[in-house]
Design a protein. Sequence first.
Length: 271
Amino acid sequence: MRLQPTRLLILAFLALVGGLIWLFLRARGNLLSPRDATWERIRREGVLRVGMDATYLPFEVVDQQGRFSGYDVDLAQALADRWGARAQFVAVHFDGLYDALQTNKFDLIISALPYDRTQTRDLRFSQSYFNAGLVLLARADNERLRSVNDLSGQRAGAELGSEAHQWLRTLGRDRGIGVEAVALREPGEALGLLREGAVSAIVCDRVTAYGYIKQGQAEGLPLRLVGPPLTDAPYVIATRPGASELLRQVNAALEEWRAGGFLQELESRWF
């Protein structure tokens, strides 16, 4: 059956309209999901550029030969390996990390970076990979102390003027736990007070606590963390706003590594 000219024109018109609609939807999709040039370059060149202030053990440090090492270095290397790339590290002072990222000196900041809600318009942050919040530290043989609630009627130490000291002083007001706050004027006082039994526990950030645990092991004073962290202070990875696919890939890796135990393995390795 032969089609009439009018019907042919109608079908051609409909095909043209359909094509225009398809092109419009495709263009609209590209506008809603723009290309991630950073991720494309990493995949094309096989190089992941990572910025860090390599002066903060055990997260990152660089030796005289320019070799980087630390928790964050291993984390960055694991990301590069996952993507079939080579990790290239760029040392920048902490105050200059954001500006260097914005001017494309590197692709990611991985540098014990605290989450900063004031920067969410200019940067994109990953989910947390390490919680550096306040923790409760006690002697390993103090089995009576199982949670912060057990501090009632006890003495606990914290560095004078620190966030931990303020938190400890307000514990009675906020949670009805009557604990005597002992101000530590020197960091070296903590282990001595725990050894002598002058305090039942120390409140400090998690990184400091791991340092005390390591020092205590060397001095024959086993220590342990009591309960979960008392506060949240997430360390995150930062990238530029346009690097949406790169950020998605970072978060996918962190989720998998948290579930699989790799992040815990890194903590055990470096703390």
